[in-house]
Design a protein around this ligand. Structure first.
Ligand code: HEC
Length: 118
């Protein structure tokens, strides 16, 4: 029994040595043990807005996606409001539950004032 475990210890020690040699030994290894690591962006948990949007804000899409949950777009696009009025309106929609972060809100308010202004 004792012999056996010694033998295994020897084999394991050899394996470790070989492993270490392979890991540290020279640059000329023909087969890299691991593919080069590529940094993966950490995944953003669902429902959490990224602090930095990946692309410029598409205000039209925001309007179509975030402002249609409770009423249709006619309710929005039949207005002719100034920037201030849109700002107030969008703020009040956010209080009601519209999902917009500050940047999105700003972009949307600007878009609305430009396209549905007086
Ligand atoms: C959580 C539900 C909800 C979402 C999301 C929402 N709204 Fe509203 N909105 C309402 C309700 C309820 C009313 C009607 C009450 C009122 O007129 O004050 C309304 C009314 C409006 C009106 C008409 C106000 C008036 O005086 O006639 C406008 C304009 C408007 N919403 C714009 C928006 C815009 C822009 C968005 C997207 C940013 C949006 N809403 C998203 C709930 C919502």
């Amino acid at each position: 029994m004792k012999m056996h475990s010694n033998k295994w210890a020897f084999v394991i020690a050899m394996l470790i040595t070989v492993g270490l040699l392979a890991a540290c030994g020279g640059t000329e290894t023909s087969q890299p043990t691991e593919p080069p690591k590529v940094e993966q962006p950490t995944e953003i948990p669902e429902g959490v807005e990224p602090t930095v949007p990946p692309s410029p804000i598409d205000s039209k899409a925001l309007l179509q996606q975030r402002c249609t949950a409770c009423h249709n777009l006619n309710r929005v696009t039949n207005k002719m409001w100034s920037l201030q009025q849109w700002e107030q309106s969008v703020s009040s929609m956010i209080r009601r539950g519209a999902q917009l972060n500050n940047e999105e809100k700003e972009a949307l308010v600007k878009y609305l004032a430009e396209n549905y202004g007086p």
